[in-house]
Design a binder for this molecule. Structure first.
Ligand SMILES: Nc1nc2c(c(=O)[nH]1)N[C@H]1C(S)=C(S)[C@@H](COP(=O)(O)O)O[C@H]1N2
Ligand SMILES: [Mo]
Length: 392
């Protein structure tokens, strides 16, 4: 048998769902429970545009940061070491747009939250799926901004690893966002342009939202934008406060590297491996470079570094200029004890095994006896307390 000639087909997602009994329609579920004139599409479109732009910028810069920190094999030989300030700018933007997204998300959710109490809760399977999609979008975005913000404070009150969670939640949030943009496109298009006369209340609301975004941005962006430094009230870090004029993330005490072992040597592995004492290093040609430390948490600070070119050290070991380098720290353990540097960075003349900063010998907190400093690189990979380089 076939049902070619039975009842007309309905696509399964268009199936209507039953309306729950009217007695349940109380409190916020009442007709007309929300009185503000601003719970309407034009306000949602204006806040949504700003929020969308912030979240998409945040996502793309975050993706970049992830790729730079853990480059997949196909990419690792194509990562450029210029512009010098590349990572500083993109990661600064990542944290700035993430922070700006907090008041924007608040405003957007406030505008549309009466929809949470829509009646009936689901008209059809399609409507139920759309609402489920919104739940995923809102949940993942809230969690994403929350974990990111707490990470800038170096506070990890959860049992899961931050970076992987933040990465996958980001995909979930951006997937939900793109779907949301697509589903709402016709409605958005209708309210894209302002119709005169505008709503005075809306103007006041959007003014308040803009002011909140300006305040949170101006009081935190100084952690990476030098011109805003004087306004840095709420940023977790002041980039100019710390020993030798630079902040410290992991101290020598935390890493157990407060005193350098008496017989410290730099070991360089390659076709012709060798070892150097500090005196040997100081006898090599010394170079200086003005380079930033750009921490993934959003602060950055520039300094004048002095030391030996990594390219010279590798060439002396007979390594080809296409070699990547594995850097090992004296630190007993820690996620950044061993890091890898792409070939472009290793052969960049600005990349140093730094022995000095701002004219002084490195303090233990900044990586004494020697640290890596390279252009266009996440701070986590600027390895301190270096004991070994291996050409790969
Ligand atoms: N060996 C080692 N190097 C490290 C780290 C670490 O935990 N271990 N932290 C990194 C991080 S997260 C940053 S932002 C920079 C900070 O450098 P600073 O303390 O000299 O400012 O060092 C990096 N180098
Ligand atoms: Mo960092």
């Amino acid at each position: 048998m076939d049902d070619e000639h039975s009842a007309p087909h309905r696509r399964p997602y268009a199936l209507p769902l039953p309306t729950p009994p009217e007695v349940l329609r109380r409190g916020p579920l009442r007709e007309g429970a929300f009185s503000s004139a601003l719970h309407e599409p034009r306000t949602a479109v204006v806040t949504g545009r700003l929020l969308g732009a912030a979240l998409l910028t945040c996502f793309l810069t975050g993706l970049l940061s992830h790729l730079l920190q853990e480059p997949p094999t196909w990419l690792r030989d194509h990562l450029p070491s210029r512009p010098v300030d590349g990572y500083r700018v993109t990661q600064g933007l990542h944290v700035i747009t993430g922070i700006a997204a907090v008041p924007l998300l608040g405003a957007k959710l406030w505008t549309v939250y009466p929809r949470l109490f829509e009646w009936p809760p689901a008209r059809s399977v399609a409507h139920a799926l759309e609402r489920l999609g919104i739940a995923v979008l809102v949940g993942s975005t809230l969690l994403e901004l929350f974990t990111g913000l707490l990470n800038t404070l170096q506070w990890y009150p959860w049992p899961f690893p931050f970076r992987q969670t933040h990465f996958w939640l980001g995909w979930l949030a951006v997937g939900g966002l793109l779907l949301h943009i697509a589903v709402k496109a016709p409605l958005t298009a209708r309210h894209w342009r302002r119709r005169r006369p505008g709503l005075a209340q809306r103007r006041a609301f959007l003014g308040a939202v803009t002011a909140s975004v300006a305040v949170v941005t101006l009081t935190t962006a100084g952690q990476t934008v030098p011109r805003l430094r004087a306004l840095t009230l709420f940023a977790p870090r002041r980039p100019d406060i710390g020993p030798q004029g630079l902040p410290v993330n992991r101290t020598a005490a935390q890493a157990g590297t407060g005193t350098t072992p008496a017989g410290w040597r730099l070991t360089v592995h390659g076709p012709r491996p060798y070892e150097l004492t500090m005196d040997d290093l100081l006898a090599m040609p010394q170079y200086e470079a003005e380079l930033p430390i750009a921490c993934v948490e959003g602060w950055s600070a520039s300094a004048r570094w002095g030391g030996v070119r990594v390219a010279d050290l590798l060439a002396r070991a007979g390594a080809p200029p296409t070699a990547r380098v594995r850097v090992t720290s004296l630190e007993a353990d820690g996620p950044y004890r061993v890091t890898e540097m792409p070939a472009a960075h290793a052969r960049d003349p600005l990349t140093l095994l730094a022995l000095r900063v701002n004219g002084e010998t490195l303090l233990p907190d900044h990586g004494h006896p020697a640290r890596i400093i390279a252009p266009n690189r996440p701070g986590v990979l600027q390895t301190k307390w270096v004991t070994r380089l291996e050409a790969l």
